[in-house]
Design a binder for this molecule. Structure first.
Ligand code: 2AL
Length: 242
């Protein structure tokens, strides 16, 4: 089984870290390939970044279809391009905010999301509504560390840990959901330190796709997610014509 993990930002060091976490979660039963698109923002922390990450994601889905990928993970907590990716891919497509929230709902009565910058909290709140998670999500918190500083700021782990403790306390929640793919490597240690389940969307996403592929399940192409109608795209988008 081949699972393609798309880190929609173009920071390959982060992609390598995502790949390592995804491989450790799936074990030998799946071949994981993590990629960054050839075009797009170096990190995603605004609506503008997110919108401009989508063509690169869709190009990677198209390439994955040619290369025989069995399923995909979109590894950015804004879940960019998810619906469009589902229209293109034959196999299942799972995005990390979606996967993490569903896993967290199995593990306690309420979860708190701890993400990077405060300006990304609105998107996370929209996704909570989109996935019907209002009953489970007790709060969305930021640690005010930009995505690309997660690996460079020597205080990042400490700041995120404090934000998680604070979230558990303020929200009376049982579970933490990590709000960025770049936090995947912190998941185990945080869980030990906090004493509650901590869900990272990358590992939730790949194991979810692994399960769906194992069960022979994929996106229904019956109605909305049928393949897009063929038409001409112009200008820079010409390669996207179907
Ligand atoms: C993210 C993420 O997961 N990757 C990225 O570049 N930005 N999300 C976030 N809330 O910062």
């Amino acid at each position: 089984m081949k699972i393609k993990v798309i880190n929609p930002n173009t920071t390959w060091a982060m992609t390598a870290e995502i790949e390592e976490c995804a491989r450790a979660a799936c074990g030998p039963g799946a071949f994981i390939e993590a990629v960054s698109p050839a075009m797009g923002p170096s990190s995603i922390e605004s609506h503008y970044d997110e919108a401009l990450s989508v063509p690169g994601i869709l190009a990677e889905i198209m390439a994955g279809e040619r290369d025989g990928a069995d399923g995909y993970v979109i590894a950015c907590f804004g879940d960019p391009g998810l619906d469009a990716a589902r229209e293109l891919a034959a196999g299942p497509v799972v995005a990390i905010a979606e996967a993490a929230m569903h896993y967290a709902a199995f593990l306690g009565r309420g979860f708190s999301i701890v993400t990077t910058l405060g300006r990304t909290c609105g998107r996370a709140a929209d996704l909570v509504e989109r996935y019907g998670m209002q009953r489970h999500c007790r709060g969305i918190h930021s640690c005010e560390i930009p995505v690309l500083d997660l690996d460079n700021n020597p205080d990042a782990r400490k700041v995120i840990t404090e934000a998680c403790f604070d979230a558990l306390d303020r929200d009376h929640s049982d579970v933490i959901v990590l709000g960025c793919a770049g936090m995947a490597d912190l998941c185990r240690d945080l869980s030990e330190e906090l004493g509650v389940p901590v869900v990272d969307g990358v590992t939730a996403g790949v194991t979810m796709v692994q399960s769906l592929v194992t069960l022979g399940l994929s996106t229904s192409a019956h109605n909305e997610f049928a393949r897009p109608l063929p038409k001409v795209y112009t200008g820079m988008l010409a390669p996207f014509s179907l």
